[in-house]
Structure formats: C-alpha cells, structure tokens
Design a binder for this molecule. Structure first.
Ligand code: SF4
Ligand code: SF4
Length: 460
C-alpha cells in the first residue's frame, strides 16, 4: 500500500490510546510487518546490532508510546536521536512504511511534550534561521582563521588524549570561510548569458551562502550559461531542514510560509532550484508539512511541485555533451588516460529521501573528460547528518571511516556531492587522513567543463 493511499487520521483509532497532532500516523506504524528487511540497511544497526538502534526497533518504541505502554520519556527520546535521519530504511521497506518521517514526527511530538534543551532552542530558533544569522554565529570562526590560529591550535589538539581528542575532530569540521557570503553580493536577477530559455527561482541555502559561496556562485554561473534567467528572492528564511531534523516543526512551518510567499512574489517560473540536497529535500515536503493550514496548503503544494534539486535541473537542461578537454584537477597527476575519475557520494536527503539517483549519473556521463567510478553504498550516510557528527561523534566517525574506505577503493581522484554537511564531513575526513582526493560540489565540476568550452566568456 502506498503512502498516499493511506487514510490521514484525524482522531485516534482502535489500539491507539495517545494522540497528538505531531505524532506519526498510527496507521503507518501498524503497517510494519516486522520483516526485518530494514535492519541490515540501517547504519546504526550495522554498527551496534541492537534492535533498539534499528528502524523496526524505533517504530516499536513510537508505537508503544501511541498505545500508551511507554510514556513520553527522555530515555525514549534519546533513542530517537540516535537515528541519523538517513532514510535508508525507507528505500528497502516492502510495506512502504515512512520510517524516517515517523521518527522525525515523533521527535517533534516529544519536543512538544518534554520541552527542548536551551542549546537546541538557541541554535535552531535564533541562529540557524537565515544566512544572515548564521553569518553572525560564524564570526568567531572568521576571526580564528584570519588570525591564523589553526596553525597554533591544531598541533596542540593532536596532543589531547582520550575523549578530548574529539575536540580535534570538531576543529577539523570548521569550514574555511569565503571572503563574503553569497547572499550579500548576489544580484536579485541574473540574466541568461545568451537567449533566455527558462526562468528559475534560486533557493539560497544558509550554509551554501555562508560557507560554500564559491560553489553556489558556480551554480548560478552554470544556470545562466545554460540559458536560465535566475531570480534570487531577497530575505529567504532557512529551508527548515535543520529544524525538522531536531523535531521543531512549528519553526519549519513558519519558515516554509515565509519562503512560499517570497517565491510567489517573483511570478511564474519553470522551476525553483536548490543546489543543496537538504534544502531541496525539505522544500519538496512543504506541501505535506502545511497540509493542515487552510490558507497555505494549496500554495505549499504548488511551491513544492516546482522544486528541483540542482542535479535534476542540470540533467533536464544541459546539453548532451559538456566540455571538450581533460579537466585540471590538482597539481598532482590525478587524471589518467585523459580522464578524471570521479566517484559520487549521494547525500541521504537526495537519494534516499527524494529518490534522486539517476540525474547525477546521467549528468556526469555527459562531461567529456569524466569517467565515473561507483563506490560501494553510494547513498550510505557519511556521518554528517545535520549536527549528528557533533552530538554523536563516535557513531559519526564509524560512518565516516566506512565512507572513506569505500571512496578509497574506487581509486577516484574526485568525490562529487551536493550536501553541504557531506562536503564538510568528507573534506575533514580526507584532510585528517591525508588522502589525495578532492571533495567537490557538482556545480564546480560542471562549471569547469563549461568554462573549458568557452573560456573567454568568464562569469555572468
Ligand atoms: S522493512 Fe518495513 S515492514 Fe519490515 S521491519 Fe522494517 S519497517 Fe517494518
Ligand atoms: S533513518 Fe537511517 S539511521 Fe534512522 S532508522 Fe532509518 S536507516 Fe536507521
């Protein structure tokens, strides 16, 4: 039975004793046939072999809460936060149980009942709410890097013993910030380089703007070069993905309403494009998240229907062949036989949550100088998972190790992805292990190939 064919509940049904609007639909939970197909696919079960750390185990906990045999208890909530929200379970479940979504809904219900810790409120209601606010929070990092303190601090951190060594891993995750965030410098309308063929709205993610401004600018240049007039509405709110991950749905809905209204103001577009897998994932869920809001439900559905992840949009509009030559990848000889060998890390929120797997492969096959070397488990979580690598560093490290081993086995010199969390996590991992691999956003790779076709034309 598909998710859409299941009846949406408006009141408790037989067997359900506890009802709250944020709790996952009891009907969905009842569709779990306990077949165990999801267990070997789940990263936390792979690492622990514990039922309670499996998708089935988590569903059982939530079901027990809804049946009144378990209470809303902090220890149950803690188990829900062991989940990486990677949605791998959704991809293998024969009963189409929306496990990942149910876990997030349960986090929201627990947050409503038990309250949220101060740090979660500070981070997700005051800091990670827009590119501007994130920028304020990143000032200490800017100063730390401008004063070149990493040169002094890193050798000292290497000396720390035991669990204190996690500080070294946290420091390694600090991004190298661009001189200026993109949202402060970008034009509202970027014309198509030649004859306009499409008009698109561009969703500017907070992390993409503040941390990966160069990568996101490359996205805008590729879109413009491919005949898109790009409109970037000012004052965008966070997409809401971090808040959804942390069970704060009230704020996801608030941001969704702001973003929907902003994009309505720019008029008709062919697509609303995002170059961040987490953003495109949640933007596509606005319709579902606002289904109970009479004013916004139809507007949210219309908005979500227009959303395309950048891979999907590139695959739709870019020509069958991109580029003419071998790309310079690094100073070392990282290309061989005239080709650059690239492996794809599929962000969980792209491949598992949105089901986007082919567009990135179709796209890379069209870049003349690129050859794809598939890794094992391309959509397995790298351990980044929002703030999971900070709240659960041991498990996150195990996932990172596994991912880096799979990358290494391909022999590829470039890893391509479009998740900002993945970019940070993988960059820190290869840097720490001194691997000779570049971690790149897809737009950089496509832009390099397009520049190689028309090097004299420069940016937009
Ligand atoms: S695969 Fe689906 S039906 Fe089977 S145990 Fe997991 S959640 Fe339940
Ligand atoms: S979302 Fe990932 S970590 Fe969470 S239960 Fe599903 S497979 Fe396991």
């Amino acid at each position: 039975m598909s998710k859409s064919s299941l009846e949406r509940l408006t009141r408790p049904i037989e067997g359900q004793r506890v009802f709250s609007p944020e709790l996952p639909d009891y009907n969905f939970l009842r569709h779990c046939v306990r077949c165990a197909r999801c267990l070997p696919a789940c990263p936390t079960y792979q690492e622990t072999q514990l039922e309670v750390q499996s998708p089935r185990g988590r569903l059982s906990l939530i079901k027990a809460v809804e049946e009144g045999t378990l209470s809303f208890d902090a220890s149950v909530e803690e188990h829900l936060y062991h989940c990486l929200d990677c949605r791998m379970c959704n991809t293998v479940c024969p009963a189409y149980v929306p496990v990942g979504e149910s876990i997030l809904a349960a986090r929201a219900a627990f947050g409503e009942r038990l309250g949220r810790p101060w740090w979660r409120k500070l981070a997700f209601r005051h800091v990670l709410i827009s590119a501007d606010r994130l920028g304020w929070a990143l000032w200490p990092v800017r100063i730390y890097q401008r004063l070149k303190l990493p040169r002094v601090v890193r050798p000292l951190l290497r000396l720390l013993p035991g669990r204190l060594s996690q500080l070294r891993q946290m420091e390694a995750l600090l991004p190298t910030l661009p001189p200026r965030p993109l949202h402060r410098t970008v034009d509202v309308v970027i014309p198509a380089k030649d004859e306009p063929q499409y008009r698109v709205g561009f969703f500017l993610g907070c992390m993409m703007s503040q941390i990966f401004a160069i990568e996101s600018r490359a996205s805008l240049e590729v879109l413009s070069g491919a005949g898109c007039e790009v409109v970037v509405p000012q004052g965008q709110a966070c997409c809401g993905s971090p808040q959804d991950d942390q069970g704060d749905r009230e704020h996801v809905r608030r941001f969704a309403r702001t973003n929907i209204a902003l994009f309505e103001e720019i008029g008709e577009v062919d697509a609303i494009v995002s170059d961040c897998a987490a953003c495109s994932g949640i933007l596509k869920e606005y319709g579902e998240l606002l289904h109970g809001d009479p004013e916004f439900a139809p507007r949210a559905r219309a908005f979500s229907a227009k959303v395309k992840d950048i891979y999907e949009w590139y695959d739709e509009i870019l020509p069958p062949t991109i580029g003419t030559q071998v790309l310079p990848v690094s100073d070392s000889d990282s290309s061989a036989n005239g080709f650059t060998y690239v492996t794809i890390h599929d962000a969980c929120h792209l491949a598992n949550a949105q089901g986007v797997r082919s567009p990135q492969r179709n796209l890379l096959r069209r870049i003349k100088s690129v050859r794809i070397e598939e890794m094992e488990e391309p959509s397995a979580c790298c351990g980044s998972a929002g703030i999971y690598n900070i709240t659960h560093p041991d498990m996150a490290n195990k996932r990172l190790e596994r991912k880096l081993k799979n990358i290494s086995a391909t022999g590829a010199s470039v890893v391509v992805t479009n998740g900002p969390g993945c970019l940070l996590q993988l960059k820190a991992g290869v840097q720490d292990r001194k691997m000779n691999v570049q971690i790149r956003h897809i737009s950089q790779l496509v832009k390099d190939a397009m520049d190689d076709e028309s090097p004299a034309q420069g940016g937009y």
